[in-house]
Design a protein around this ligand. Structure first.
Ligand code: ADP
Length: 399
C-alpha cells in the first residue's frame, strides 16, 4: 500500500509518497510560490530516477501543484509508480483540530465542516490545509483521504493542564485553552522510545523535546500527552527561532503604547522578530548563533543560553508534572543535530538522574541512547518522522 502525504501551506505544499508498512520512502518534494509563479521540486528515492530542483511550473492554485506532483510520480522516465491507481490513500496534515478531533479521521463532508469551524483557531494554517484537501479531492476522486491533526495527541491533557487562568467564560464561549502542537512528532518519537527501550509505553513517563525552528516539550505519561508547552497557538512555551514563547502579557501593553504599534505589528514582532533572533540580532538558526558566539558575540551566546535554560527548566517541570521521568527524548533540527546543545539542556539535571555520556552523544541525526550505561533515566535522540506517522494513521483508517 502506498500513501501520499500532503502538508499544504498557504503558498507551499510538501509531499511524500511512502509505504507505511515497510516505511519505504518512494519520493518526496515541495511545491513553492503557489499563487505567485510556481517552483516545483521532486526527489525520487529510487535509483536511476532524476531529481527536479525548483523548476518553473505554473501554479496559479493548489490544484496545479497537486497535478504537478501526480504527473511527476507517474512520469514515464522519472516516476516511481506506474499509474495513479498505485496511490491507495492520501494523508493530510491539518494543524488545528480544536476540541473536535482527538485522533486522525477519514475525511468526509462533515469532517471538512468541522475543520472549517476550527479556522479561527489557526487562521494562517487551517484554511490552507482545507485548500490542499479540496485540490486533492478534485484531482483524485474516489481515493480515500485522512486528516491527521497537530493538536489531536494533546486532547488527553486534563483540564488543570489546559485551562488558562482568565475568566472561564472565554473558554466556554470562545474555546480559549491550551491545545498544543507538534502532536504527530511527539506521538511518533514516544512510540519509538518505547520500542527502543523494549518496554510497554503504558509503563513509561517520557519528556519529549521537539527542538527545531519551532519548539515544544510534552509530558507523555503512559503514552498520553498530559501537558505541553505550546498553547492556544504555536507562539507559546519555549523561545524559538523567531517566536517569543511565554512572556508577560503586560509587555504587549507597554510596547504598543510606547511605540504606537497596532496589534498586527505587535504580533509580527512576537512571531517573526523575537526568540533567539530577537535576542541575538544575528539569526534564528542555531548554527549561525554558535558561530557568532564562538567569535565573541555576547548576544548570540545569551540567546542560546536563554533557550537552553528554558529547555532545562521545562524538563524538570514536566518530570514534576508526572511525578517522575523514565526517558527524555531529543528530536527535530536542534535536538537531532546539536551534540553540544543536548549536553547543555541536561546540564545540572544529574540530581534527577538525567545525564548524557559525552562520548555516546557525539553524532548527528541518528536514533541512539545517549545516557550513560545503567542511568536511571534514559536519554534518547530520535529523528522525528511525522510523514511516516501520518501514512501509518492513514493506512490504519482506510484499511
Ligand atoms: P522546523 O521547525 O522548521 O521543522 P527543523 O526541525 O528542521 O525546523 O529545525 C531547523 C533548525 O535546526 C535550524 O533552524 C537550526 O537552528 C537547527 N539545526 C540544524 N542542524 C543543526 C546543527 N548541526 N547544530 C545546531 N542546530 C542545528
Amino acid at each position: 500500500m502506498n500513501v501520499l502525504v500532503i502538508n499544504a501551506g498557504s503558498s507551499s505544499l510538501k509531499y511524500q509518497l511512502l509505504n507505511p508498512a515497510s516505511g519505504e520512502l518512494l519520493a518526496k518534494g515541495l511545491c513553492e510560490r503557489i499563487g505567485i509563479d510556481g517552483k516545483f521540486t521532486y526527489k525520487p528515492q529510487v535509483a536511476g530516477k532524476q531529481t527536479l530542483d525548483a523548476i518553473d511550473v505554473a501554479m496559479p492554485t493548489h490544484a496545479e501543484a497537486i497535478e504537478a506532483v501526480l504527473n511527476a510520480l507517474v512520469d514515464e522516465k522519472n516516476g516511481v509508480i506506474a499509474s495513479m491507481s498505485e496511490i491507495d490513500a492520501v494523508g493530510h496534515r491539518v494543524v488545528h483540530g480544536g476540541e473536535k478531533f482527538a485522533s486522525s479521521v477519514v475525511i468526509t463532508d462533515e469532517v471538512m465542516d468541522a475543520i472549517y469551524e476550527c479556522n479561527p483557531l489557526a487562521p494562517l494554517h487551517n484554511p490552507a490545509n482545507l485548500i490542499g484537501i479540496r485540490a486533492c479531492q478534485a484531482k483524485m476522486p474516489g481515493v480515500p483521504m485522512v486528516a491527521v491533526f497537530d493538536t489531536a495527541f494533546h486532547q488527553t491533557m486534563p483540564p488543570k493542564a489546559f485551562t488558562y487562568a482568565i475568566p472561564y467564560e472565554y473558554y466556554q464561549k470562545d474555546k480559549m485553552r491550551r491545545y498544543g502542537f507538534h502532536g504527530t512528532s511527539h506521538r511518533y518519537v514516544s512510540q519509538r522510545c518505547a520500542e527502543i527501550l523494549g518496554k510497554p509505553i503504558e509503563e513509561l513517563k517520557i519528556v519529549s523535546c521537539h527542538l527545531g525552528n519551532g519548539s515544544s516539550i510534552t509530558a507523555v505519561d503512559g503514552g498520553k500527552s498530559v501537558d505541553t508547552s505550546m498553547g492556544l497557538t504555536p507562539l507559546a512555551g519555549l523561545p524559538m527561532g523567531t517566536r517569543s514563547g511565554d512572556m508577560d502579557a503586560g509587555i504587549m501593553e507597554y510596547l504598543m503604547k510606547q511605540y504606537n504599534l497596532s496589534m498586527d505589528e505587535m504580533m509580527t514582532i512576537l512571531n517573526k522578530k523575537s526568540g533567539v533572533l530577537g535576542i541575538s540580532g544575528v539569526s534564528s538558526d542555531f548554527r549561525d548563533l554558535d558561530d557568532a558566539a564562538a567569535e565573541g558575540n555576547q548576544r548570540a551566546a545569551l540567546a542560546v543560553e536563554v533557550f537552553a535554560y528554558k529547555v532545562r527548566k521545562m524538563i524538570g517541570e514536566y518530570a514534576a508534572a508526572m511525578g517522575g521521568v523514565d526517558a527524555v527524548i531529543f528530536t527535530a533540527g536542534v535536538g537531532e543535530n546539536s551534540a553540544d546543545l543536548r549536553l547543555r539542556f541536561v546540564d545540572g539535571l544529574q540530581f534527577m538522574g538525567i545525564s548524557i555520556d559525552p562520548e555516546k552523544n557525539n553524532f548527528r541525526g541518528e536514533e541512539r541512547i545517549v545516557s550513560p550505561e545503567g542511568s536511571p533515566v534514559k536519554v534518547l535522540v530520535i529523528p522525528t518522522n511525522e510523514e511516516l506517522m501520518i501514512a501509518k494513521d492513514t493506512a490504519e483508517l482506510v484499511g
